[in-house]
Design a protein around this ligand. Structure first.
Ligand code: FA5
Length: 366
């Protein structure tokens, strides 16, 4: 037997006996590695005469092929064995309680809803809810938008094919205002509620999404006027943004369910590409951002729910929760709210222990 044959047989035996991937790697380096004996032997071919090369080359090349094949086969076998061993070792007992530290976080929208409830509770408001699958009577008609009212078309409504037993259209509520109707019908007056929740419109870009969140506010009592509305919103925003220099602008507007109606804008400035609320929107470097609609509840709405407008009046407002969350926590694309991206949630989410309270602060971030 030639030296090469003896060396090859020894290498093949060592490969067969290797009991770990590390040992196998050491054998690969010894043979086919840059300084391995097979590679060095191959290099000697270059210095041989053509006759010598013809005589020596087949043995070296077949040694290389045999060793490479043996290494590959052994590697695959060792990997399979290792995986089998791991699978046998790492059994999971699904009946055990979770041991890892909690990884979930509270979505900024949920956090802001808790903050809203905390601030408005302090102002004497209760939290009311209503169904997301509504009928057109609560969503439109009782809010003074009859079937032919043009504002119905402006809401880009998602309709269901079926009707209710009373023959009403079924839809995904386009705003939280139907909760005003449901609350007044259930409770009468006086009333002081907020109603946070999901609403739906067929609408999508960086500041509009087909599902978004609003919070409705409703106060009905005797002698309520627009001044109460402005004070309530200003007091809320100062507590919410935790700063005193909040300036609101009430802009005349139109909603069928309020008369007069005002659009609420908040002054902000741009700092390093981030919108920071505070200051007068007309001041240098500042602008106004629309955050909601409001007004005095239309007498026709009070009549729809059986209240006497000569006795009771009130105000209502509807704010975009996602917009105020973006402003407070510095996000710039609304669509990211609903992507379910774990990295976004890890960055912008809140610890479940970070409960907003007025004494500790409604903006504390863990
Ligand atoms: C309304 O929905 C009225 N119901 C508000 C209201 C309530 C007025 C009570 C008077 C009395 P509007 O369509 O303007 O109004 O929506 C209110 C706010 O919701 C907007 O200012 C905005 O902040 C937010 N909003 C509206 N559309 C979207 C959307 N597609 N994505 C995210 N936020 C939105």
């Amino acid at each position: 037997m030639t030296d090469i044959t003896i060396q090859t047989q020894a290498a093949l035996a060592a490969i067969a006996a290797a009991d770990s991937l590390d040992a196998l790697e050491a054998l690969r380096l010894d043979t086919l590695g840059k300084k391995g004996w097979v590679s060095l032997a191959l290099k000697t071919l270059g210095g041989m005469s053509p006759d010598e090369r013809t005589a020596a080359a087949p043995a070296i090349q077949s040694a290389r092929a045999a060793i490479a094949e043996a290494l590959d086969a052994k590697k695959a076998a060792l990997e399979t064995a290792e995986l089998d061993a791991r699978l046998a070792r790492e059994t999971v007992d699904l009946t055990l309680p979770a041991q890892a530290a909690p990884k979930g976080s509270v979505h900024p929208v949920s956090q802001v809803m808790d903050e809203l409830a905390e601030i408005f509770a302090d102002l004497g408001f209760a939290v009311a809810t209503g169904p997301e699958i509504e009928d057109d009577w609560h969503n439109f008609t009782a809010l003074n938008m009859d079937e032919t009212h043009p504002a119905r078309a402006m809401h880009d409504t998602f309709y269901f094919p079926d009707k209710t037993s009373e023959g009403r259209e079924v839809l995904l509520r386009t705003h939280t205002s139907p909760v005003q109707i449901r609350s007044m019908l259930a409770q009468g007056a006086p009333i002081r509620i907020i109603a946070p929740g999901r609403v739906y419109r067929s609408d999508s870009d960086a500041t509009h999404t087909p599902m978004f969140h609003q919070v409705e506010g409703l106060v009905i009592d005797k002698d309520i006027h627009l001044g109460h509305l402005k004070w309530t919103l200003e007091t809320f925003f100062k507590a919410f943004f935790e700063r005193e220099d909040i300036v609101l602008r009430l802009r005349p507007s139109y909603f069928p369910f309020t008369e007069p109606s005002v659009e609420v804008d908040v002054g902000y400035s741009n700092e390093g590409g981030r919108r920071v609320v505070g200051g007068h929107g007309d001041a240098p470097g500042h602008a106004w951002m629309e955050i909601g609609g409001s007004g005095m509840v239309n007498a026709r709405v009070l009549e729809f729910v059986g209240l006497d407008p000569a006795e009771y009046q009130g105000f209502a407002f509807g704010l975009g929760i996602d917009r105020i969350a973006m402003l407070k926590y510095g996000m710039n694309d609304l669509r990211a709210f609903f992507d379910g991206d774990g990295r976004w949630l890890a960055h912008y989410g809140f610890s479940p222990f970070d409960q907003p309270t007025l004494s500790v602060g409604v903006g504390a971030k863990a």
